[in-house]
Design a protein around this ligand. Structure first.
Ligand SMILES: [Zn+2]
Length: 247
């Protein structure tokens, strides 16, 4: 393949631009915010689950408390009814009176037991409420952490993308004047060779693969006409000779 030396040198300009774009894409992918966001998202999701579970626990305990309070109320009402019957003087049979007094005594004991249950549930409810409050605060904090990290990422994206847009416009200008066949070969080599399709020959080295050429090899390269597109024997990239190539 042949190409004017000036076009070959433009290829180096294009390579520099493409490398710059690759760097920007790499910077965009490897922002520290990505890991921060992943972690904050995981924390947020885990906390959301914990809050839901704690709220369910709180709800269950609140229902349990209502039920226990109703149990106390029932026993209290029954004891009050018995007490009324006793106070009314309507019951005269000593056996009935004894039974009634016995039942009132049993109910008082039962009420005491049930009131202890109520207190125990109230303690658990308080613990459950505290847990909901704490976890909700942590959830809120994790939302802030996540939102902040996303904000920093988006700001970095905006900066990188603006720069990339500028570089892309430069690329269009440079690429527009490079012959199509040379551009095609460069593009193919760039894909195959880790993003570098054209390299400068500098101080006997291919700047693509850093191979140092022997004098014989260098003489062979020198002997090629200036408009011949030379390829590195080692990495097969387009080897561009420039004024400071030393050939
Ligand atoms: Zn090479």
């Amino acid at each position: 393949m042949n190409a004017a030396p000036a076009d070959q040198i433009r290829l180096l300009d294009l390579q520099a631009i493409d490398s710059k774009l690759d760097q920007l894409a790499h910077r965009r992918r490897s922002l520290p915010e990505h890991a921060e966001i992943d972690k904050a998202t995981a924390d947020h999701t885990a906390l959301k689950d914990l809050v839901v579970a704690a709220q369910a626990q709180q709800g269950d305990t609140a229902r349990e408390l209502t039920k226990a309070e109703q149990d106390v109320e029932q026993v209290r009402a029954r004891a009050a009814r018995n007490q009324q019957r006793l106070d009314s003087g309507a019951i005269t049979s000593p056996k009935d009176l004894e039974n009634l007094q016995h039942e009132i005594g049993s109910l008082a004991k039962r009420q005491g037991d049930l009131e202890e249950v109520v207190l125990e549930i109230m303690e658990r409810l308080e613990t459950a409420q505290t847990r909901v409050t704490e976890l909700s605060a942590r959830l809120e904090h994790s939302t802030v952490v996540l939102t902040e990290a996303e904000g920093r990422r988006d700001a970095a994206f905006a900066e990188i993308d603006a720069e990339a847009e500028k570089v892309k416009r430069d690329r269009e200008t440079v690429a527009a004047v490079i012959p199509a066949d040379l551009l095609k070969t460069y593009t193919k080599l760039r894909e195959q060779q880790g993003g570098v399709g054209a390299a400068r020959l500098y101080q006997r080295r291919c700047e693509g693969c850093r191979t140092e050429f022997s004098i014989t090899e260098l003489n062979a390269i020198k002997a090629e006409p200036a408009d011949k597109v030379v390829r590195c024997e080692n990495c097969s990239r387009i080897l561009v000779r420039t004024a400071d190539s030393g050939v």
